[in-house]
Design a protein around this ligand. Sequence first.
Ligand SMILES: [Fe+2]
Length: 162
Amino acid sequence: MNAQLDAGLLPGVGVNRIASDEVPWLAYPLIENSLFKILKVDEITNTVILKFRMGPHVTTPKHGHHCVATAYTISGEWFYEDLEFRAGDIAYECTTDIHQPLTREKPAELLTTFIGGRGNDCLLEEYGEDGKPYMLRTRFFKALEGITQEQLTRLDLAALLA
Ligand SMILES: [Fe+2]
C-alpha cells in the first residue's frame, strides 16, 4: 500500500520552493486591466496556483466553478455585488452558480488556487459577453505557466478554450 497514493498525494514530488517574486507579471488575455502570474500547475491533481491583480474598476467575466477555488486577498479590495473582500480575507468557492468578481475604486491582488482533483480538469466555466460559456481547463493554465509576454501574445487562446 502506498499511503501517499491512497491520500491522493504525489509520491516523489517532495517539497518545492516557488519564488513568486521571480515570476513576471503578464497581461491577462481574457480580462482588461488585469495581470497574472501562474505559480504552479499540477496536471495530475488538476491544481493551479496563481496570483491575479485587478486594476480599479475591473469587471471580470461571469463564471462558475467545477473545482474548489480559493482566493486570498493580499492587498486592496474586491467584491461580489454586496460581498466585500479586504486584505487578509479568503474567498472559498465550490459552486457552479454564476458569480462575478469586480473591483471599484481600489485595485486588488489575490492569491488564487483551483483544485479540480484527479481526473477532473474542468476548473472554471466563464461566460462571454454573448452569454456563451467556455471552459478553462488545467491545460489553459499549463500553457500560461512560465511563458513571457511575447509568447503569450502568440498563444492560440481559442484552441486552449475549445
Ligand atoms: Fe469564483
